[in-house]
Design a binder for this molecule. Structure first.
Ligand code: GLP
Length: 271
């Protein structure tokens, strides 16, 4: 695990946008995994700005989103499809035919939709770079605590804490979905590279459990300890519960000097 601690959420977004930009420049047909939530919004704003400045293009990019609410139509502003269109897809040159969200229509069997989504990801050659956020309870995607560490795309019931955390995004009398389709933990782990972003004090506990706690289904993000190429980007607040903080900073100084001498040490995506 590479743990990078930056001053604030702006720097986290900038660092993440640079990594995505570097990938797109070396592989214009990259397969990107996208997350929703508040955390990646600043990253998407930077990607839009970089696209507008002519630095990057999404023309031949394929994307897979982590999750989607069940019982929320794609054109509902609360759907993650709407979120992605609004925050990124409508503002860049991506071909929407190549953007996938694990949406399950009312007449569809969620089990079949899950299998189909896994097939689509495999058919696209797998995800090169998966962007992740983290829930305050350690979830990734909507893989709530106690999710199988080998799970694949399927329906999950949201915990009361997640419903409470996300209730800020729904009006008082608006329907708030309690079920969602989500990539499984094994699906996420298949990505060649993982980039998890966490900002704010509310994530400090989950971040400490993910990085320094035991590998356990009770903190689904702790599975990233088993990923060969996982980078965790944190702001100071999200990093505030880490005990090994000095080491991460020290290791990054060493990594930078190694990179200066030898270039990128490991490129999981290749060219
Ligand atoms: C949501 C999403 C996750 C997201 C997490 C944190 O419910 N399913 O993909 O990473 O919770 O969201 P936020 O970034 O808004 O804190």
């Amino acid at each position: 695990m590479e743990v990078v601690i930056l001053k604030n959420s702006d720097q986290v977004a900038q660092y993440a946008a640079e990594l995505v930009g570097t990938l797109l420049k070396s592989r214009s047909d990259a397969v990107l995994g996208f997350a929703t939530g508040s955390t990646p919004l600043a990253l998407y704003q930077r990607l839009v700005a970089d696209y507008q400045a002519g630095k990057i293009s999404f023309k031949t990019v394929t994307s897979f989103n982590l999750d989607e609410y069940l019982g929320v139509a794609p054109d509902n502003p609360q759907s993650y499809r709407s979120y992605m269109n609004r925050e990124l897809f409508d503002q860049v040159d991506i071909d929407k035919q190549n953007t996938f969200v694990p949406a399950c229509r009312d007449n569809e069997n969620p089990h079949d939709v899950g299998l189909g989504y896994e097939q689509q990801m495999r058919g696209a050659g797998g995800v090169d770079l998966q962007v992740l956020g983290i829930g305050a309870n350690g979830h990734i995607g909507f893989n709530e605590p106690s999710s199988s560490l080998r799970s694949r795309t399927r329906v999950k019931t949201l915990t009361r804490q997640t419903l409470q955390d996300n209730s800020r995004l729904f009006a008082r009398d608006e329907f708030q979905p309690k079920l969602a389709m989500t990539m499984g933990i094994a699906s996420i782990m298949d990505a060649r590279k993982i980039l998890l972003l966490a900002t704010g004090a509310g994530k400090a506990g989950a971040v400490a459990d993910m990085i320094e706690g035991p590998l356990t289904a009770m903190c689904p993000a702790s599975i990233l300890q088993m990923h060969e190429h996982a980078t965790i980007l944190l702001d100071e607040q999200a990093a505030s519960g880490l005990q090994n903080r000095d080491y991460y900073d020290w290791a990054n100084v060493q990594n930078e000097s190694l990179q200066d001498r030898f270039g990128l040490l490991a490129d999981p995506i290749g060219s």
